[in-house]
Ligand binder design. Sequence first.
Ligand code: PMP
Length: 411
Amino acid sequence: MNKKKIYLDYAATTPVDSEILEAMLPYFSKGYGNPMSIHGFGQEALEAVDEARDRAADFFGCAPSEIFFTSGATESNNLAIKGILKSFRILQLQTKKDIKPHIITTKFEHHSVLDVCKAVERGGFAEITFINPDKEGLILTRDIEKTIKPNTILVSIMYVNNEIGTLQPIAEIGKKLKKINEERQKNKQPRILFHTDATQAVNYFNCTVDDLGVDMLSMSAHKIYGPKGVGILYIRKGTPIKNIQQGGDQELKMRAGTHNVPAIVGLGKAISMIKNQKTKEESNKIKKLRDYLIARVLKEIPGSYLNGSKNMRSPNNANFRFDDIEGEGLVLSLDLDGIAVSTGSACSSGALEPSHVLLSLGLKHEQAHGSLRITLGKHISREDVELLILKLKEAVERLRKISGNVLAEFK
Ligand code: PMP
């Protein structure tokens, strides 16, 4: 008999909702026109893209012209950071100034922010400050304030961390930066722009851009039951940013390349479904199940700990560490039982390096290796969680016995 499979890796990606898939399908083989074409086929596709843009603008509380479709949050993050730096550089050349810009970010960003920042720093294009979170995985607004310099042009802080699910005070940071910018403008200093990677937040938290006070926001559709390979960079009107890829006039010349029409339609549908009452009920259900899971694991598995904050975290995220256990061993063991979880982010789980997120909390290498990320979604039932707890307890016990025997042989 086929074993039931349970997917508990919703932070890595989500299944496409049937309603969303249905909305996308006509744009593969019927409404297949190129939105840049002036004929009827093209105009039909353009209408679909514009409808998705309107839906996204409605969700983020912005103008449709401030929504830029990309291939996902990785591209959005690249565009945000490199596009701002390019614009700053052009201004410097025009005004014959030579100031190295300064960017503030955190040590536990997704690699699509972290590696871009490291690369521009290595290339000598910017000076970067990587802020440490506290030991619960929270960034303090005052730590950002302390690191601001006269040449700071950009602050990029993720809304929800993809590994430990911690929720950052984006609206509070936005408010603080607004005040600081008012002062800077009086002194003719450059405005500090604010970018957030909201990829893991869109499903669960307020993303109205004016409430957050952000100038740019990144997201990906496949984390909200939409398709892979499509996302958004919200760019506030008037933000000094330049395109980073050439070759087409799409997206107001900000992002060259033919629109992925079916995926954009799917993104629009997915984003419009988040505001539904049904979605709110689903996230309450997810949170209850997640709290139940955390309580049972911490109570019933000795030497288990929760990584990240107890309260300031995404409702779907539980990230544990276990004494004397490698996270990879647990992932493989649970996979044999048909349960899919992860050690950290999907993008780095091929590597056996300990997670940069967990290290940034001050955990030791061996603690960071013993971690397990469980992320729930709307298709998870109480029964699934019960089975996970049972299999997790068995796996921890078995792996500890094996590592105990191995150690004994070396004594
Ligand atoms: N940022 C965060 C916080 C993420 O979780 C992810 C996906 N793991 C990304 C960016 C990148 O998204 P994508 O791979 O869809 O470009």
